[in-house]
Design a protein around this ligand. Structure first.
Ligand SMILES: N[C@@H](CCC(=O)N[C@@H](CS)C(=O)NCC(=O)O)C(=O)O
Length: 222
């Protein structure tokens, strides 16, 4: 299991997309083995390599890691995106967990039936505009620094910028009233590794379309 990390997931954003963003920011290469069928998933399960019978799973440094947040935290520690001390880490966790709550809605909504989907979109836009984005704007304003924590790029900044891009797909003007979020987005998007990731043809997954939904239904049987 030495060498590049190996991701196991379907070919979709889902829970793996934040891991893709994080490794892109860290400039780390990885391989992806996409699940194509339910048999692929069952094979991993019967091989006993999915602790809770679920993906994402990442093979890295002799481990088979599951649970998205554990995966993100491992890579953040490894690539120095997790603060310099306990207090910085606590802030980074707090910010990341807030974003994870919103992200959970974003991950799931494409798979919801019509009606539910529209309600979720409205809920996400409302929450982004009135709860999460004002909170992060306030953090940036409070210290006047370039990044959320310790004036240094951390996983929290990467999750936030990923979320800004996600929410802009739902409402192109969603950060119009948040000048510091706009500046953060520009600063991070201009980082060479992220710039590359934002180009067509990168490992970044496109928005989930109907074909991806149908395929996921077959793989995960829902
Ligand atoms: N808390 C877990 C949730 C993982 C999860 O729900 N994975 C889905 C695919 S996105 C899955 O494997 N579903 C099949 C199942 O739960 O049996 C994480 O964050 O990794």
């Amino acid at each position: 299991m030495a060498g590049k990390p190996l991701f196991h997931y379907d070919e979709a954003r889902g829970r793996m997309e934040s891991v893709r963003w994080l490794l892109a920011a860290a400039g780390v290469e990885y391989e992806e083995k996409f699940l194509q069928t339910n048999e692929d998933l069952e094979k991993l399960r019967s091989d006993g390599v999915l602790m809770f019978q679920q993906v994402p799973m990442v093979e890295v440094d002799g481990m088979r890691l599951v649970q998205t947040r554990a995966i993100l935290n491992y890579f953040s520690s490894k690539y120095n995106l997790y603060g310099k001390d306990m207090k910085e880490r606590a802030l980074i966790d707090m910010y990341s967990e807030g974003l994870a709550d919103l992200n959970e809605l974003f991950i799931v909504y494409p798979y919801d039936p019509p009606g539910v989907k529209e309600a979720k979109i409205a809920q996400m836009k409302e929450k982004a505009k009135n709860r999460y984005f004002p909170a992060f704007e306030k953090v940036l304003k409070s210290h006047g620094q370039d990044f959320l924590v310790g004036n240094k790029l951390s996983k929290a900044d990467i999750h936030l910028v990923e979320m800004i891009y996600n929410m802009e797909e739902l409402d192109a003007n969603i950060i119009a009233n948040f000048p510091l979020l706009q500046a953060l987005k520009t600063r991070i998007s201009d980082m060479p590794n992220i710039k590359k990731f934002l180009q067509p043809g990168s490992r970044r997954q496109p928005p989930v379309d109907e074909k991806t939904v149908l395929k996921a239904r077959k793989i995960f049987k829902f």
